[in-house]
Design a protein around this ligand. Structure first.
Ligand code: 16G
Ligand code: MG
Length: 543
């Protein structure tokens, strides 16, 4: 390893002494002005990871739904999945090493992970539309070059597009062609195959309004529009020409505030959706005839997709395992509907894509979605093979047709990670095939009213949880207090967890009425404030 080159280049991306950060749930995320050294070092780390795995590694520069001033970076592992947890620790060590320690930390990683320094490294890089992203991705490139790695800069891409590229590169084109055109072609072809049947019985085109959070999703959708069939008319709003990134818009805003984004004009019953800033989340919504806003979040999406897949699996006669993976944030109604009405097994994972993804890998067909709209479907290799075989060779017409629909669904889904563009096309195809309006989809079950709050505490690590974050084991007395509060309210459920992306404790409560959910969330917030070292003012009731 040419340490001299590393030292020389590192001086150009020097770490401000004392500054420390952590590779969190979705990589590093902080003010863009403090990220130069982190980016350079993640370029270095990507080279080491590439040499160790003997595969292409991805580096994405984005801070997703955070405000424009922030930025962030995450590494993508060989099959397009999140970076392995042991390497997250290396990432944190490397990012926090003071300049003179840099070489030692790099050597330690090489030794611990038995990195073959002779092996060539290849890194692919992508970035979102933030003003700071261009320069920061250049810092990543400098890091890759300092260690003699080769790279390809995909420039402006959505996060899931870069995950897709990594998977394509490492499967030698089996997953798809590693270009944005390859991505558009793969998805649009599968989409057209899927909706063929539906189109013949539809009267007019399907219309969908899309709030792109003034982010990368708008650019990429505009490119993709030319590949999509006439029957799907998309109307892109918040395309970045006027508004600020993620400001009063985007999937996170709509989900948290349970109201429509600014910058999108919604007519009664019109089907609309929102992407987040890097287009890996999506939520749907509409206004009913009384003007009431209805949100169809990740839980509703998981329900629609898993119901569709289950019906098809039954038709094929294949005995494949299907499960839905949710987090503690999943609305209680969705879990009940899936288990009781649909007879689909549901599992709960800790918050964060990597946890859900990992759990979903344990099934032939694993549907995972966070309530916030991040999710996808994983098909085991064996299941995929069986379905493709059946689609080609099955004699029974009904079974073969069902297998073909499944096959096209597999090709339409981005199995590497949640993908707003891919998820949107899957949802549109399912609605068309089932001849469902957004209202019919919404009516599958009714969400329990719920409320999310944040509480500031001196140190959020005093809270420790178990049972996929549904119960607090620390500080003493907190869970007992929550249990007592929950007991008083009908259909209630509540939990608290330290955020992995912000310096706060998150509180979730659901109950029979909005009033009760708000009250319960507030009371639980007070319990956190008093038992877990609350900072600043006492939490106020929800108004
Ligand atoms: C990140 C995660 C998301 C999770 C959220 C929770 C990825 C790619 N993203 O955005 O899955 O829901 O963090 O944030 O893993 P919190 O810990 O602040 O509640
Ligand atoms: Mg995102």
């Amino acid at each position: 390893m040419d340490f001299d080159a590393v030292t020389k280049y590192s001086a150009l991306h020097a770490k401000p002494p004392g500054l420390s950060s952590q590779y969190g749930t979705a990589g590093f995320r902080t003010k863009a002005e403090n990220l130069n050294h982190t980016m350079f070092r993640m370029g270095l780390l990507a080279v080491l990871r590439s040499k160790q795995t003997k595969a292409t590694i991805g580096v994405m520069v984005t801070a997703s739904h955070n405000p424009e001033e922030d930025n962030g970076v995450k590494l993508i592992d060989p099959l397009g999945e999140m970076l392995a947890p042991s390497w997250e620790e290396h990432a944190t060590c490397l990012a926090n090493a003071e300049e003179p320690e840099l070489q030692t930390v790099l050597s330690d990683i090489c030794q611990k992970e038995a990195v073959d320094l002779q092996h060539n490294a290849f890194v692919v890089i992508g970035r979102d539309t933030r003003v700071s992203s261009k320069k920061l991705s250049q810092s990543v490139i400098d890091g890759v070059s300092a260690l003699g790695g080769r790279y390809h800069d995909y420039g402006l891409v959505t996060t899931p597009q870069l995950h897709y590229m990594v998977c394509c590169q490492n499967t030698h084109g089996n997953y798809g062609t590693a270009t944005v055109e390859g991505y558009y072609q793969k998805l649009s072809k599968a989409f057209m195959q899927l909706i063929k049947q539906a189109v013949s019985r539809k009267d007019g085109p399907m219309h969908l309004k899309i709030d792109c959070a003034n982010g990368i999703g708008a650019l990429k959708l505009k490119e993709m529009e030319h590949y999509l069939p006439e029957c799907l008319r998309i109307h892109i709003d918040n395309d970045g020409s006027k508004g600020k990134l993620n400001h009063l818009c985007g999937a996170d805003f709509v989900k948290v505030h349970q109201k429509p984004p600014v910058g999108l004009e919604m007519k009664t019953s019109e089907r609309c959706c929102s992407f987040d800033g890097d287009a890996d989340r999506i939520v749907y919504y509409y206004n009913d005839t009384t003007g009431r806003f209805h949100l169809l979040d990740g839980d509703k999406i998981a329900t629609l997709i898993s119901t569709f897949l289950k019906e098809l699996l039954v038709k094929t006669g294949q005995t494949l395992t299907l499960a839905v993976i949710q987090t503690a944030y999943a609305n209680g109604s969705s879990t009940r509907y899936l288990e009781e009405a649909m007879k689909v097994p549901v599992h709960c994972a800790k918050t964060g894509v990597k946890h859900l993804h990992h759990k979903a890998q344990g099934f032939d067909v694993g549907v995972y979605f966070e309530a916030n709209g991040h999710g996808t479907v994983l098909f085991s290799k064996a299941a995929e093979e069986k379905i493709r075989q059946q689609a080609e060779h099955e004699k029974d017409n009904i079974k073969r047709e069902a297998a073909k629909i499944l096959e096209n669904t597999i090709d339409l889904i981005n199995q590497t990670v949640g993908d707003a563009i891919s998820d949107m096309l899957v949802i549109e195809a399912i609605l068309a095939l089932k001849n469902f309006t957004v209202q019919q989809w919404d009516a599958m079950y009714t969400d329990l009213p719920n409320r999310q709050l944040k509480v500031k505490v001196a140190d959020r690590r005093v809270i420790d949880t178990t049972d996929a974050e549904r119960r607090a084991v620390k500080p003493p007395g907190l869970q007992e207090k929550i249990d007592a509060l929950v007991k008083k309210v009908k259909w209630a459920r509540a939990f608290v967890r330290p955020s992995g992306t912000e310096d706060v404790v998150r509180v979730y409560a659901e109950a029979d009425t909005q009033e009760n959910a708000d009250k319960l969330a507030h009371e639980v917030s007070l319990a956190v404030y008093h038992l877990a070292g609350g900072a600043g003012e006492e939490p106020k009731p929800v108004v």
